[in-house]
Write a protein that binds this ligand. Structure first.
Ligand code: ADP
Length: 541
C-alpha cells in the first residue's frame, strides 16, 4: 500500500496524464464504433427521409384537390332535373374552382339514359354537350355510376372518385344521391392539367422542400415529376443528379404521374460516409487538442514543481553558503579580539581569511540582489567605453592573492594585438567574470590550474575561463544556464552553490548583445567563453 502511494506521488503527473488520456482514447474508440454503425444505418435513414418528403408532397396535393372537389361538387339533389338545372349553374358560379378546366353535371333518367350539362363560365349557364372529347371522357368516367342507376340499387356511402382514362381530361366525380340513396346523377370536374403542372406542383414541391430540409441540403437535392406518358414535366434544378432516385406515385387523379428525388452529387452511402468522416475528423481533432492542452498543462505543472523544488534547494544551499563564511569570520574575529594570536604573520593570515570570506559573502549577496533585480526587470546597465583586457586583468588582481593561498595558479593570456575599447558595463562584466572564476575554483576538484584568456574572433571580443576539473555532462550543458539549475550527479553534488551564477552571467552577456558558451568534457574540465560584439561605438547597445 505504502509502495503504491509512494509510486503515485512520484509519478503524479504521469498518473494524472494517463487518467485523462486513457478514458479519452476509450471514448474515441467507442465513438468510432458508433459512427461506423451510424454510417451503416444512415443510408436507410436518408432514403426514409427522402421518401417522407415525397409523401408530404403527395399528401399536400391530394388535400388541395380533394378539398376543392368536395367544396365544388357537392350539388343539392333537388336540382337534378332539366327544369332546375339553372340552379346548378348558380352553385358552380358561387364555388368556382381554379383547379378545374370544366365543371359538369350528368343526369340519369330511370331508363339509364343520361344527359351531360357543362358549365359555361362566359354566360354562367349550363350547356348540353355530347360530341366533344370532354363529353366522351365524361361519359366513360360516369359509366360505373350509370350502371348503378340502371340497377336502381341504393348506395350506402358516396365518396369522391376519379377517372384518368383520358390523360388530357382527368376527371373527379361526386355522385348525386336522392333521399332513397339512389344515384340520380354525377357532378364532376375535368382537372386543368396545365394549371396543375405549371402552378400547383412547383409550388407544393418548393414549399415542402423549404419545410423539410435546411437551405444547404435543399440546394443539394433535385426533385422531378413525370406525367402519365412518362414525360418529364418538372425539375427543381436543371442539372442532372448523380445519386440514386427515390420514387413515389402522385395521388388521386394523378395516380399515373411519378415524383422522384435524388441528391445532386452523392448517393446516400457517399452522404453517410462524408458525414461519418466529418464527425470522426472533428472528434480526432478535439481529442488531439485536449491531449495537447493536457500535455501543456502537465508540462507547466511539472516545471512549476521542479522550480519549486529548485527554490527549496536554493534556500538550503544559500543558507549553507552564508553560514560557512560567517562561521569562519566569527572564529577568526574572536581569536584576534581575545589577543590569542600575537605573531604578526598569523594576524595577517587571519585578517586575510576574514577579507576573503567577506568577499565571498559580498559576491553571493550581490548575485542574489542582481538575480532579484533581473527577475523583476529592474536591472539596469551603465555602458561606457572600456578596455576589456585591462578590466579582466584588474578583476583577476582582486582575487589573485586568495586563489594563490588556496593553491590555485592563474594563467592570464592577453590578446595578440590590443582590442579596441568596447562599450560595456564594466561592473557587470567584472561580476560575470567573477562568477565564472568562482565556478572554476569550486568545480576544479583536485586540479589547481585556471586559464583566463582575452582574445577576439572576427567581430567578437572573447573572455574565456578554463579549468581542468569535474567537467559537465553533455545533456546538462544547456540547462546549467537556467536559474536554480545545478548538476545533481557525480562529484559536483558535494559542492555547495546557489544555482544563480551562470543565469546571471547569461543575462549580463545577453544585455550586451553577446552570448556565453561552454565546452566541457566530463572529468577533464570546462571552458566558459563570454562573446561580446565589437562594433562601432554608435551601434553598441
Ligand atoms: P552554482 O552556485 O551551483 O555554482 P551556477 O549557476 O554558477 O550555480 O552553476 C550552475 C551549475 O553548473 C553548477 O551547479 C554546476 O553543476 C555547473 N557548473 C558551473 N560551472 C562549472 C564548472 N566550471 N565545472 C563544472 N560544473 C560547472
Amino acid at each position: 500500500m505504502a509502495t503504491l502511494r509512494t509510486f503515485l506521488r512520484r509519478h503524479l503527473l504521469w498518473v494524472g496524464f494517463l487518467a485523462v488520456v486513457i478514458p479519452l482514447l476509450v471514448l474515441l474508440g467507442v465513438q468510432y464504433q458508433s459512427l461506423k454503425e451510424l454510417e451503416r444505418t444512415s443510408p436507410l435513414a436518408r432514403r426514409a427521409m427522402l421518401t417522407n418528403y415525397l409523401q408530404a408532397v403527395v399528401k399536400e396535393i391530394e388535400t388541395i384537390y380533394r378539398m376543392d372537389a368536395e367544396r365544388v361538387l357537392n350539388i343539392p339533389p333537388e336540382t337534378c332535373s332539366e327544369e332546375r338545372i339553372h340552379r346548378v349553374s348558380y352553385h358552380f358560379k358561387k364555388k368556382l374552382s381554379c383547379g378545374a378546366r370544366e365543371l359538369f353535371v350528368m343526369l340519369f333518367a330511370p331508363n339509364g339514359e343520361s344527359r351531360t350539362f357543362f358549365y359555361d363560365a362566359t354566360d354562367r349557364g349550363m350547356k348540353l354537350r355530347s360530341d366533344c372529347p370532354q363529353a366522351r371522357a365524361v361519359t366513360l368516367a360516369c359509366t360505373p355510376w350509370r350502371l348503378v342507376r340502371l340497377q336502381n340499387a341504393g348506395v350506402e356511402t358516396t365518396t369522391l372518385s376519379f377517372s384518368d382514362h383520358d390523360p388530357q381530361n382527368p376527371i373527379i366525380l361526386n355522385p348525386i344521391v336522392d333521399e332513397a340513396s339512389r344515384v340520380i346523377g354525377v357532378a364532376g370536374m375535368i382537372v386543368d392539367v396545365a394549371h396543375f403542372q405549371d402552378k400547383v406542383l412547383p409550388r407544393v414541391i418548393q414549399e415542402t422542400l423549404a419545410r423539410s430540409f435546411s437551405n444547404n441540403e435543399g440546394e443539394n437535392l433535385i426533385v422531378m415529376a413525370y406525367d402519365s406518358s412518362g414525360r418529364k414535366v418538372y425539375t427543381s434544378q436543371p442539372s442532372e443528379g448523380r445519386g440514386e432516385v427515390v420514387w413515389l406515385s402522385l395521388p388521386f387523379v394523378f395516380e399515373k404521374w411519378r415524383l422522384g428525388i435524388q441528391s445532386r452529387d452523392e448517393t446516400p452511402e457517399q452522404w453517410a460516409r462524408r458525414y461519418m468522416m466529418i464527425n470522426l475528423s472533428l472528434s480526432v481533432l478535439m481529442t488531439i487538442m485536449l491531449i495537447g492542452g493536457i500535455v501543456l498543462a502537465l508540462r507547466t505543472a511539472s516545471r512549476e514543481m521542479k522550480l519549486s523544488q529548485m527554490k527549496t534547494d536554493f534556500v538550503s544551499n544559500v543558507s549553507h553558503e552564508l553560514r560557512t563564511p560567517l562561521a569562519s569570520i566569527r572564529v577568526f574575529g574572536e581569536l584576534l579580539k581575545m589577543g590569542r594570536v600575537t605573531q604578526p604573520d598569523k594576524v595577517a593570515e587571519y585578517g586575510q581569511y576574514i577579507e576573503t570570506e567577506s568577499q565571498r559573502l559580498t559576491q553571493l549577496i550581490n548575485n542574489i540582489l542582481d538575480f532579484s533585480k533581473i527577475e523583476s526587470g529592474q536591472k539596469t546597465y551603465h555602458f561606457e567605453l572600456t578596455d576589456l583586457t585591462e578590466l579582466v586583468s584588474e578583476t583577476l588582481k582582486t582575487v589573485e592573492v586568495q586563489l594563490k593561498q588556496r593553491g590555485f595558479s592563474i594563467d592570464f593570456q592577453r590578446p595578440h594585438e590590443p582590442l579596441p575599447p568596447a562599450l560595456i558595463d564594466p561592473q557587470a562584466i567584472a561580476q560575470a567574470l567573477m562568477n565564472l572564476l568562482d565556478n572554476a575554483v569550486k568545480y576544479s576538484g583536485s586540479a589547481r590550474q585556471i586559464h583566463v584568456r582575452v582574445g577576439h574572433i572576427k567581430a567578437e571580443a572573447t573572455v574565456s575561463v578554463t579549468d581542468h576539473g569535474l567537467g559537465i555532462p553533455r545533456e546538462e550543458q544547456t540547462k546549467i544556464f537556467e536559474r536554480f539549475h545545478r548538476v545533481s550527479t557525480g562529484l559536483v553534488h558535494d559542492v555547495k552553490g546557489s544555482g544563480l551564477g551562470l543565469s546571471i552571467v547569461k543575462h549580463i552577456v545577453e544585455a550586451h548583445r553577446g552570448r556565453v558558451t561552454v565546452e566541457s568534457e566530463l572529468g577533464k574540465g570546462s571552458t566558459f567563453t563570454i562573446h561580446l560584439p565589437l562594433q562601432p561605438a554608435s551601434r553598441q547597445p
